[in-house]
Design a protein around this ligand. Structure first.
Ligand SMILES: [Mn+2]
Length: 336
């Protein structure tokens, strides 16, 4: 039986396919401070579209360094960090961006694109864009990208498949989070059947850790603070900590998963001070162990968003006030 939601989703994919198919030129992008799913989605889409003959530029806003563990992918697509001269004539394909500002583009810029196609799996996506394909049941954005590419008849090669697999393995916490479904595993199996070698991806993404990243993790763990009878674990990293560890900005990715894994902890929080002194003072990331504890609600109250169990926001509060805000709002939820 086809449900209404499934029919809507099919219609949304069809609308996205027809817009992308007929676009003379494309700008493919993902969210700032991209994770494995964001980079995987961007690389898979940009590369496959180019293989299929589209004029697709891969763009990422901002200047923050990309996580080095995905460099084997982003080096394949000539990623640009400045908008190309003809960007106003390009359809914007936004991948894994839960809201339009997550693209890092200004409201004026977003309004100037001839069309925007929004492909994403965040439940709080407001369905911005000319066509919005939003599927909160998708374990990662790369499975949605594959469906879009198949609708377009765009070819897949080894790099595209590796990028698709990286989205799956990272957004599911190596196939361990509550978003792991039979479909997610079947999608992974299909990619493996098609030639992706999981141990090779594992080696590149998880076993090529710079020592400075381990030192940064050490600083964060040493500073761990437990509140709400141990159900809430908080830590923070200042700019000076990155300097002391010799760590680049993206080296803080993954630390929060170590914190969430601790016995009795229901919600893990990592607050970090971004390198850019002109941006927000702090960025807070939150991870919940159970879907009943919705950290995206707190993130939205703070002006951000995300998934039920993984969300974040930026803040200009002082650190003690910021931590108190998070604690208060999580406690107010009743589920924690
Ligand atoms: Mn994602």
């Amino acid at each position: 039986m086809t449900t209404g939601a499934a029919t809507d989703l099919e219609g949304a994919y069809a609308a996205a396919v027809s817009l992308v198919r007929d676009a003379p030129r494309l700008l493919v992008t993902t969210h700032e401070n991209p994770d494995g799913d964001a980079i995987g989605s961007l690389v898979a889409a940009a590369r496959s579209l180019r293989l299929g003959g589209w004029d697709a530029v891969a763009f990422l806003a901002g200047t923050t360094q990309l996580p080095q563990e995905y460099h084997f992918l982003d080096q394949e697509i000539e990623l640009v960090r400045e908008l190309p001269a003809d960007w106003r004539e390009r359809l914007l394909l936004a991948l894994d961006c839960g809201s339009a500002p997550r693209t890092g583009l200004s409201d004026e810029e977003l309004a100037a694109f001839p069309a925007i196609v929004n492909v994403d799996h965040h439940h709080d996506n407001p369905r911005y864009g000319t066509a919005a394909v939003v599927d909160p049941a998708a374990p990662c954005c790369t499975v949605m990208v594959r469906r879009l590419l198949e609708g377009l008849g765009a070819p897949l090669d080894d790099v595209v498949r590796q990028a698709l697999y990286v989205g799956l393995v990272t957004d599911t916490g190596r196939f361990s989070y509550s978003n792991v479904t039979g479909d997610a595993l079947r999608e992974a199996a299909r990619l493996v059947d098609e030639g992706v070698r999981p141990h090779e991806i594992f080696g590149r993404v998880y076993e090529d850790v710079p020592v400075a990243k381990a030192r940064l993790l050490g600083i964060a763990l040493a500073r761990l603070e437990l509140r709400l009878d141990g159900r809430l674990a908080l830590t923070h990293l200042l700019r000076t900590d990155f300097e002391a560890a010799g760590a680049a900005e993206p080296f803080s990715e993954g630390i929060i998963e170590h914190v969430r894994a601790l016995r009795g902890v229901e919600v893990a929080v990592l607050v970090r001070e971004p390198r850019d002194p002109d941006g927000p003072r702090f960025k807070a990331s939150m991870r919940s162990r159970r879907p009943e504890v919705d950290v995206s609600r707190v993130a939205r109250l703070g002006g951000g968003g995300g998934h039920v169990q993984a969300a974040g926001f930026s803040s200009d509060l002082e650190l003690p006030e910021l931590l108190a805000f998070i604690e208060r709002e999580l406690a107010a939820d009743g589920a924690l």
